[in-house]
Design a protein around this ligand. Structure first.
Ligand SMILES: [Zn+2]
Length: 551
């Protein structure tokens, strides 16, 4: 046995030396795709309906991480996109929610909102955005530094935050879709003072308008056996149509004075995103010189549709079958323009999504709805009675409770007493599963479980003083549609597929984490890791000759 191990090791050493001698050609382009609210099981549930050139191609010829998770709470879009590209969690990058209560300015802030910049391509406030609240670098930033700013970064996303946070602080451009009454791709003065001609041309091309048509299923709806019935009580639907069922005439539904807004919430939003991304590759000549470029690409119609119709709907199934075609078109385009083997692409999500709790209840699975306004009132009543002081609770936001430090100080109420009495009280309430205090989260490290996830999402400076966790499948939401935000598996388990340059063929069921993506890309590119990286390179898939040395 011992002799066998020795021979095996000797063999590996030879293999390593050989591999290290042949220098890997770097990819000319990295494409990082985030699909908003994509659960891992969409890959397996809809597998038989996918074509050969989209998801299946990436999985069959690339590397599939089957047990990939978010390692923090809350699992929202802003934190998700930031974590994928910075290789760390809200603890460090500071994007602790889509919005949060800013205890220094005493107001709610939006993760990408920036009043110091002006809109470009529109007059609307939808253009007042930048990455200034993200405190750390993304791998796209590190690539810019490494290439002396010659390697480009372009961000494309239906949502502003899905475009801006991935592209980082040094991006040449980030573009996002402004629906409303305009239906245009826009940006902000953080990046440029006017849209480049190719974006103007795209906006004038009638592309967006052409999707104001009927949305029916891609294939015969009778063949959609992998989703629930088309009409049921667990779906929302569109204004102007009684039932949440196919087909949807998009020329007639939604708000007439904001006629493009509805497109975001249909499968066509992903088509529009793809059309614009392909135009960006061509116009910006991405991947066409020796310095590696980065394209960040965020598909968000999936999220709007999940929120409206739920993760088990026919609408979701149709959206993923169509997204599969978008991915195929993108791969074909990259093969033609950048060349097969010259690019590296990954696909993941920003969070998952829960089955509609009302549906779960109907099949006897514990689930529920939490009334957060009532909860906030209860907290205020409790603290007023217990400490004989009003206004001790300043804000309750993203399952975090912010104390009013001024009132606390004036009334000489001890922080730790308020913290422990309130935590104890909260834990007695129905639908509350766990409670963590600032003191717990700031001292020592949780290694696994909910504590570790809460801690990874807890930014000492920005987060609140008590964090509470609801029962499984219990959400603050309407009784129709799905949402997300928890540390439970339906929200944390996300796909991760790598394909192309530097990537071996294979798959693993070992647990990997979202924060591992950025250091993995950095390793392929041979650049510095993003400055607060906490993840580690996914050695099993790296085609560098080092992967064999793990055991
Ligand atoms: Zn969402």
């Amino acid at each position: 046995m011992r002799r066998f191990t020795f021979l095996l090791l000797a063999g590996l050493l030879t293999f390593q030396t050989f591999s290290q001698e042949k220098m890997q050609e770097k990819p000319k382009l990295v494409v990082g795709i985030v699909v908003d609210q994509m659960r891992y099981d969409y890959l397996t549930r809809f597998w038989d309906k996918f074509g050969e050139n989209g998801f299946k191609k990436m999985i069959n010829e690339g590397y599939n991480f089957k047990n990939n998770h978010f390692n923090y709470v809350p699992t929202y879009t802003g934190p998700g996109h930031a974590s994928v590209f910075t290789g760390t969690s809200p603890m460090n990058h500071g994007i602790i929610g889509n919005g949060w209560y800013d205890k220094f300015t005493h107001e709610s802030v939006y993760c990408a909102g920036d009043n110091s910049v002006t809109p470009v391509g529109t007059q609307d406030d939808a253009g007042k955005m930048s990455p200034h609240r993200m405190k750390t670098t993304s791998f796209a930033d590190e690539n810019r530094l490494h290439t002396q700013m010659r390697g480009k970064t372009i961000g494309v996303g239906l949502k502003d935050r899905g475009s801006i946070l991935p592209a980082g602080h040094t991006a040449n451009a980030a573009y996002w879709f402004h629906g409303a009454d305009e239906g245009k791709w826009i940006t902000s003065s953080f990046y440029m003072n006017e849209l480049p001609q190719w974006v103007e041309d795209f906006n004038a091309s009638g592309n967006v308008e052409s999707y104001l048509k009927s949305w029916n299923t891609l294939y015969d709806i009778e063949t959609y056996k992998e989703s629930g019935s088309d009409i049921n009580e667990f779906e929302g639907g569109f204004k102007g149509k009684e039932t949440a069922s196919f087909p949807y005439d998009l020329t007639k539904l939604g708000d007439t004075d904001r006629k493009f807004e509805i497109l975001k919430a249909t499968a066509y939003g992903n088509d529009i995103t793809t059309d614009f991304a392909l135009a960006a590759i061509d116009a910006e000549e991405l991947g066409m010189d020796d310095d590696t470029d980065v394209l960040t690409l965020s598909y968000s119609s999936t999220d709007y549709i999940g929120h409206n119709f739920g993760v088990n709907s026919k609408e979701i199934q149709d959206t993923y079958l169509r997204l599969d075609q978008n991915i195929a078109d993108l791969l074909t385009h990259l093969d033609e323009k950048v060349g097969e083997g010259n690019y590296t692409i990954f696909l993941t999500a920003d969070h998952g999504g829960v089955d509609v709790p009302a549906y779960l209840e109907s099949v006897n699975i514990p689930a529920g709805y939490f009334e957060s306004d009532e909860f906030t009132e209860e907290l205020k009543e409790f603290t007023a009675e217990e400490f004989d002081e009003e206004d001790l609770i300043e804000s309750v936001y993203n399952s975090q409770i912010f104390f009013n430090y001024e009132v606390m100080q004036e009334a000489e109420i001890s922080f730790s007493e308020l913290q422990s009495k309130l935590a104890h009280y909260i834990l007695q309430l129905d639908q509350i599963d766990k409670v963590f205090t600032r003191d717990q989260l700031s001292s020592g490290s949780f290694v696994t479980g909910a504590g570790a996830a809460i801690q990874n999402g807890f930014n000492q400076k920005r987060s609140g003083d008590i964090v509470y966790v609801l029962d499984p499948a219990t959400i603050v939401y309407s009784r129709t549609g799905s949402t997300h935000g928890s540390g439970l598996m339906y929200d944390t388990h996300a796909p991760l597929i790598f394909y192309g340059n530097g990537v071996k063929k294979g798959s693993t069921t070992q647990r990997t984490e979202i924060v591992d993506i950025a250091p993995t890309v950095s390793t392929i590119l041979g650049i510095s890791f993003p400055n607060a990286t906490t993840g580690k390179p996914l050695f099993m898939m790296l085609d560098t000759g080092e992967s064999e040395s793990s055991e």
